[in-house]
Design a protein. Structure first.
Length: 325
């Protein structure tokens, strides 16, 4: 065996030194599942993805997404959740209450980030907002707490308003809880609630037909994957009957609803992305308190107000963050 002089070995190490110094471990590539009971949600996903880019997660390079959308058929959610688990995703982002419930039932090992859920404690998704426990955390929309505020806005807009029809999906536990909160908030405002509980498209056709025959003073739609799919029918009826309509999100005002009051959508999208970033960097979900919105938006559609021959009081209009003309 030939033994090389030590200076040869030292020369070789010197040649390799720059490569040894600059060599870095391979960058971790993450796979994230997106599970939703609704259809594709570009308004959420585009802003969510943009925030992740700002945080260094580049799609197609160090992060990949697996999308599963039930498009209103909640029976598909368990299979979709199982598919994401089989794909060995690092994390599941669940949009809509049924999606989070399904994901939590499917796995206790994979972290789950919920997006904008009305009452995660009441539904049993987390132990508390401050200490979620388990593998679920994320953002809450304060949907229950804002229910009464929307009724107040309706009353300020139409002082003589007395009967409000509330359209909601009785198959979604989160929506049931919101309906209960609305009904509790109505009597102190001198209002009564006509609950339009639906479970499928046939129900929606039936309750909207009934509403046309027994005209209320206003319409309040609790948005979820089912009611949102029939938004055009709801808006057409509101205009036909000249009903003030109120929603939780400004996107429905853009579509023709009269007014909406709720959490700032852009802010919540970005904050959900922040949870994904922290968990992918190693923070357990149980150590991340559930965040509630800090910014809210009142949106009013003046074009719709004109269609239903309604003048928005100046004191309400002055508080609007956004006006559609």
């Amino acid at each position: 065996m030939i033994k090389l002089p030590s200076f040869f070995l030292l020369a070789g190490l010197a040649t390799l030194a720059p490569f040894l110094v600059h060599a870095q471990p391979a960058e971790k590539v993450h796979h994230v599942g997106i599970l939703s009971g609704a259809s594709d949600v570009p308004q959420f996903f585009d802003a969510f993805r943009q925030r992740l880019r700002e945080l260094g997660h580049l799609e197609g390079k160090n992060i990949f997404f697996e999308h599963r959308y039930a498009a209103g058929d909640l029976n598909r959610l368990p299979d979709f959740a199982a598919q994401l688990i089989d794909e060995k995703v690092d994390l599941i982002v669940a949009v809509t209450t049924p999606a989070v419930v399904t994901a939590k039932k499917a796995t206790t090992a994979i972290p789950i980030v919920m997006h904008n859920i009305p009452d995660p404690v009441g539904v049993g998704l987390v132990d508390s907002l401050a200490s979620p426990g388990g593998n679920v955390t994320g953002t809450s929309s304060l949907g229950l707490d804002l229910s009464g505020k929307r009724l107040e806005l309706l009353k300020e807009t139409v002082p003589k308003l007395a009967r409000v029809a509330v359209l909601w999906n009785a198959a979604d536990r989160g929506m049931v809880m919101m309906s209960e909160r609305i009904q509790a908030a109505a009597p102190p405002l001198g209002m009564s609630i006509k609950a339009l509980a639906v479970r499928d498209a046939q129900d929606i056709n039936a309750v909207l037909g009934e509403t046309a025959k027994n005209r209320p003073d206003a319409l309040y739609m609790i948005a979820d994957r089912l009611t949102a799919l029939h938004l055009n029918q709801v808006l057409d009826l509101a205009v036909k009957l000249r009903l003030p309509s109120v929603f939780e999100d400004g996107v429905f005002v853009n579509a023709g609803g009269l007014m909406a009051y709720g959490a700032d959508r852009a802010e919540m999208n970005r904050r959900t992305a922040g949870y994904v970033d922290k968990i992918l960097r190693g923070t357990p979900p149980r150590n991340l308190p559930v965040e509630q919105p800090m910014k809210f938006e009142l949106a009013i559609n003046l074009k719709t107000a004109k269609q239903i021959s309604l003048t928005i009081p100046q004191n309400v209009l002055a508080r609007a963050d956004r006006v559609v003309k």
